[in-house]
Design a protein around this ligand. Structure first.
Ligand code: MN
Length: 212
């Protein structure tokens, strides 16, 4: 996903709008994908429109070196580039809410680094529910395969020179408010059933093989 360059396109959801019911309903996904995510794509393209040299860079390259970009464009890339990166990974990390559990090397790493799936889930839930304001909770790995849970604010990404994202949950109110209003814990609890563990496992295996 990281090879793309300007102009960035709005990627379709990798499933139907009703595929994540009952955890996330069609209205929630239409607003989240068709409005919020699309706005980040449009704003990122607008921000880069006058910078031909930046148009050759992938999103990951832009986000990994924000401090080296022209000062006038840094905030726009951070907010909108992050918004694109985070939402594409978020939508691509979900599936219909049945079946699948962590498997393979990722399951072993979760047991090793958190004690058990149950303990990982508890910590991930605390990170997501406890994130003050708008932001994200992440499961990331370093390049040696060590997992950790982190939070980012707004549309910030983790330090992509240090971490490779495996999973993330959006805790901006726009991700859940239509359906859950202020009940963020219920949304987060439901999100665990939506995790696409097959894709998460592939990301982890790519990361430990140095393919990322
Ligand atoms: Mn969002």
């Amino acid at each position: 996903m990281n090879a793309e360059t300007y102009p960035f396109i709005v990627r379709p959801l990798p499933y139907e709008y009703d595929a994540l019911m009952p955890v996330l309903d069609e209205d929630t996904l239409h607003f989240h994908h068709d409005k919020h995510y699309k706005t980040y794509v449009d704003n990122l393209n607008n921000a880069l429109s006058d910078y031909p040299e930046l148009q050759k860079k992938s999103l990951k390259e832009l986000l990994s070196a924000i401090e080296t970009l022209p000062p006038q464009v840094q905030t726009a890339v951070r907010n909108n580039g992050g918004g694109v990166y985070n939402h594409e990974l978020y939508f691509d990390s979900m599936k219909n809410p049945v079946g699948q559990e962590p498997g393979g090397a990722l399951a072993e790493a979760i047991d090793r680094d958190f004690g058990s799936y149950r303990q990982w889930k508890e910590q991930m839930k605390q990170a997501a529910v406890g994130k003050f304001g708008s932001g994200w909770a992440w499961l990331v790995t370093d390049n040696k395969g060590k997992l950790s849970i982190i939070q980012t604010a707004n549309q910030d990404v983790p330090d992509l020179k240090e971490y490779i994202p495996i999973l993330l949950v959006d805790v901006w109110e726009h991700a859940y408010y239509l359906q859950y209003q202020n009940r963020r814990p219920d949304y987060v609890e439901g999100w665990f059933d939506l995790i696409n563990w097959r894709k998460a496992g592939m990301r982890y295996e790519d990361a430990i093989r140095g393919k990322q």
